[in-house]
Design a protein around this ligand. Structure first.
Ligand SMILES: Cc1cc2nc3c(=O)[nH]c(=O)nc-3n(C[C@H](O)[C@H](O)[C@H](O)COP(=O)(O)OP(=O)(O)OC[C@H]3O[C@@H](n4cnc5c(N)ncnc54)[C@H](O)[C@@H]3O)c2cc1C
Length: 343
């Protein structure tokens, strides 16, 4: 089959079509288009469709951009001119409970994967937010749930199927095309191919997941940072801690513990999650946090080691990213104490 016949069967929505604006904008996590837009959006249904699109683009010089879940902070999928290839049809999840692996399409959302795995007592380090596509999340390295024990998520990729710019479809793993496999550990939008499927190593589902949280007045941030820095040195890898600074416009509403009108408008929140198998293990795991930031420092909202389901952990995080907002995001690793890093 010639490339033109192959590409003709792939549905396209072109500039000028009624559905064009929606096709470009709606899959973006904040529904905001940063600048120039592509000539068309294409919806391949199979690897053969992708091979045809890539081969035709190679012949014509047309630029291709990719979209799996549309959760790039900068809308990396939306480029000026060229063709936006929307991989939404690649949403397969096939779980092998005996081998403890799953074959997962790049358009599957982290939350969907978590839910499918919980049903068979398995888990994977999906992102803290449930909505990013596995495609961009894994290629960017993937900082997921329980990363202290499960490491960045890209380390749980066993192999990938990749359509190359040559039109060839290859497998990348530790033993096949290892350079391509290595690039999957963080190259993100720079990855030189289209991943159509990831084979993932799965984990047993932790039996007892618990969450504690505290909300303090932002004025106490130094004492809170000292407490958290001290505690994390003693916490086991099964506990992950996040610290969030929030103002009065926080999407889940201002801190108004019990309707208390004295509640501070600017707060520092601390969330700790433990991934263990028994309640006793969870209690022991949290012990280093028990001393708190000091007497006289009031926590305006507090939950104490409440049990949570693995596939519900993302619910609160998702609520903090409403549509229609712009976000500035950055990530860095530091060996320094939290107090040194806060402004
Ligand atoms: C609200 C929000 C919360 C987030 N939370 C987390 C988190 O908890 N942990 C974390 O690690 N990250 C997190 N991220 C970052 C997120 O994982 C990355 O932005 C990731 O790129 C999103 O993947 P996507 O497939 O949805 O993105 P897309 O916008 O669809 O893709 C981004 C780019 O990745 C490349 N790409 C995507 N799929 C493929 C593919 N199949 N083959 C080849 N290249 C591809 C393309 O260049 C594409 O343009 C978050 C982002 C947002 C917006």
């Amino acid at each position: 089959m010639s490339d033109s016949v192959g590409t003709a069967r792939v549905r396209r929505v072109a500039r000028g079509d009624d559905a064009y604006d929606t096709a470009v904008r709606d899959p973006l996590f904040n529904r905001l288009v940063p600048g120039g837009t592509p000539d068309a959006v294409a919806y391949p249904q199979s690897e053969a469709d992708l091979v045809a699109l890539v081969s035709a683009a190679r012949d014509s010089g047309e630029k291709l951009a990719l979209r799996s879940g549309g959760h790039s902070w900068v809308a990396a999928s939306v480029r000026e001119d060229g063709l936006l290839v929307d991989l939404q049809a690649f949403d397969q999840v096939v779980i092998d409970t005996t081998a403890r692996t799953a074959a997962v399409g790049p358009a599957v959302r982290g939350g969907e994967l978590g839910q499918a795995l919980v049903a068979v007592d398995l888990a994977f380090p999906v992102g803290h937010c449930g909505r990013p596509g596995i495609g961009g999340f894994l290629l960017g390295g993937g900082l997921g749930l329980n990363w202290g024990q499960w490491l960045p998520s890209c380390f749980s990729i066993r192999s990938m199927r990749v359509v190359l710019a040559s039109g060839e479809v290859v497998t990348a793993s530790a033993t096949q095309n290892p350079d391509l496999f290595w690039l999957a550990r963080g190259s993100g939008p720079g990855f030189p191919g289209i991943v159509t499927e990831f084979e993932l190593d799965l984990r047993p589902l932790p039996r007892d997941i618990r969450l504690s949280s505290w909300v303090f007045d932002l004025a106490q941030v130094e004492a809170v940072a000292e407490w958290v820095s001290r505690a994390v040195r003693a916490l086991p890898a099964s506990v992950e801690v996040s610290v969030v600074l929030q103002g009065p416009e926080r999407p889940d509403g201002p801190a108004t513990a019990g309707g208390d009108t004295d509640a501070p408008t600017h707060v520092v929140g601390v969330v700790a999650i433990s991934y263990t198998d028994t309640e006793a293990e969870a209690r022991e795991a949290f012990a280093a946090l028990d001393e708190g930031p000091g007497t006289g420092i009031r926590s305006w909202e507090h939950t104490d080691r409440v049990r949570v389901a693995f596939d519900e952990l993302h619910v609160g995080v998702d609520a903090t990213y409403p549509d229609g907002h712009r976000y500035l995001a950055d990530t860095f690793w530091s060996p320094r104490d939290l107090g040194d890093l806060l402004p």
